[in-house]
Design a protein around this ligand. Structure first.
Ligand SMILES: [Zn+2]
Length: 311
C-alpha cells in the first residue's frame, strides 16, 4: 500500500489550517508589558483572548530582565499592550525589533500604548536640560494607579480588541462596561475610607504614586530617591530627614523591589513607619486583579493611619 500521495495531498491543507482561518477563529494572543495591563485586558477580553505579561508585578517595571522567551511571545502576539510614557524604554524596544512581528511594532495594528487617553501627571513644561536628571519628557508613567485611568485603559483595550476581532464587539463592550461598574463601586468604597485622612503627608521611595495620591488625597512631600532612578545619597537623605521632622511625616511608602536599608534608617531617625506598598497586580499573592490592587493598598494605608492614631 502506498500512502505517499495521500500524505502529500494532506500537507498543504494542514499548513493552511494552522496558519490561516483556524487562528483567526481562536482567541487573540495578547502580550502586555505589566501585570496591571494583563489584568485589565483579561477583564475586557474574557475567553476571547489569551493574555500574558512579560514582567511580574513584584519587579521594577523600569528594569525588566529581557529573556529570549519574550521574543518568542512577541513573535506570536496579535496585540502588544505597553504602559508607554517611556516606562519600558530600557528593555522593550529591542525585543519588539527582534520579534520580527510587523503587527506589534509601535504604530502597527497590533500595538497599543495604554497611556494615550489617560490623565498623565508631571509632564515637564519648558526645556528639559541634563541638569534635571532622569526626567520623563512624556510625563509620569505610573498613571495606572488612579482607577479613573484604569477605566480609560479598559476603554482603549476594548477599542483595539474590537478592531482586531469585530465579531466579538458586543462581548468586549459588555465586559468593559461591567469592569467600569465594578471600578466605580470600588472607588466609592476606597474614597469613603480614605476621606478622613485627606492631606496626610507621606514620603515615597520612587515617584510611583502621584496619580494615586491625587485621587486618594495623600500629600507626597518628598522621595527617598534624590531623582527618579537614582539611588539614595547621604546628603539627600539628610535633607529628607530634616524635612520629615519639620512636617511631622510618619509614613514612608516603599515599592516591593527597593532595598529597605535607607528607608529603615530614615524611619529610625524620624519615628516614621515603613510601608511596603505594591504598585502592581501580582505585587503580593492576593493581588490577583486590578480591583484587588486598590483593595489591598487602601486597606494597608487605612490600617496604618489608624495604628498611628492619625484620626
Ligand atoms: Zn518610575
Amino acid at each position: 500500500m502506498n500512502l505517499r500521495p495521500a500524505i502529500l495531498s494532506l500537507g498543504p491543507a494542514l499548513v493552511l489550517s494552522l496558519a490561516g482561518p483556524a487562528r483567526a477563529a481562536g482567541p487573540l494572543n495578547v502580550v502586555t508589558t505589566t501585570e496591571d495591563l494583563a489584568a485589565i485586558a483579561r477583564e475586557v477580553g474574557g475567553d476571547k483572548i489569551k493574555v500574558e505579561s512579560l514582567s511580574r508585578g513584584y519587579q521594577d517595571p523600569h528594569f525588566v530582565e529581557a529573556k529570549p522567551s519574550f521574543i518568542f511571545k512577541l513573535n506570536n502576539a496579535d496585540l502588544l499592550i505597553a504602559v508607554g510614557r517611556e516606562l519600558e524604554i530600557g528593555w522593550l524596544p529591542p525585543l519588539i525589533t527582534q520579534s520580527r512581528n510587523s503587527k506589534v511594532q509601535p504604530g502597527g495594528a497590533g500595538y497599543l500604548d495604554a497611556s494615550l487617553n489617560c490623565r498623565i501627571l508631571e509632564i515637564p513644561v519648558g526645556q528639559i536640560t541634563r541638569a534635571m536628571g532622569d526626567v520623563h519628557p512624556a510625563g509620569n508613567p505610573h498613571y495606572w494607579l488612579d482607577p479613573e485611568n484604569g477605566k480609560r485603559i479598559a476603554q482603549a483595550i476594548e477599542g483595539k480588541l474590537t478592531a482586531l476581532s469585530p465579531d466579538s464587539a458586543a462581548y468586549f463592550s459588555q465586559r468593559e462596561e461591567d469592569f467600569e461598574r465594578r471600578v466605580n463601586e470600588g472607588l466609592k468604597r476606597w474614597l469613603a475610607v480614605m476621606a478622613p485622612y485627606k492631606g496626610t503627608k507621606v514620603v515615597t521611595y520612587h515617584r510611583s504614586w502621584p496619580n494615586f495620591a491625587e485621587r486618594f488625597g495623600l500629600d507626597v512631600i518628598g522621595y527617598v530617591e534624590p531623582r527618579p532612578g537614582i539611588p539614595p545619597s547621604p546628603s539627600h537623605t539628610l535633607e529628607l530627614i530634616k524635612e520629615m521632622k519639620r512636617l511631622n511625616v510618619k509614613i514612608i511608602l516603599v515599592e516591593p523591589y527597593f532595598d529597605l536599608k535607607t528607608p529603615n534608617s530614615i524611619a529610625r531617625e524620624t519615628g516614621a513607619k515603613v510601608l511596603v506598598m505594591p504598585p502592581s497586580v501580582g505585587g503580593e499573592k492576593e493581588i490577583t486583579d486590578y480591583i484587588k490592587l486598590f483593595d489591598y493598598d487602601v486597606n494597608l494605608l487605612v490600617t496604618t493611619f489608624k495604628s498611628l492614631g492619625l484620626k
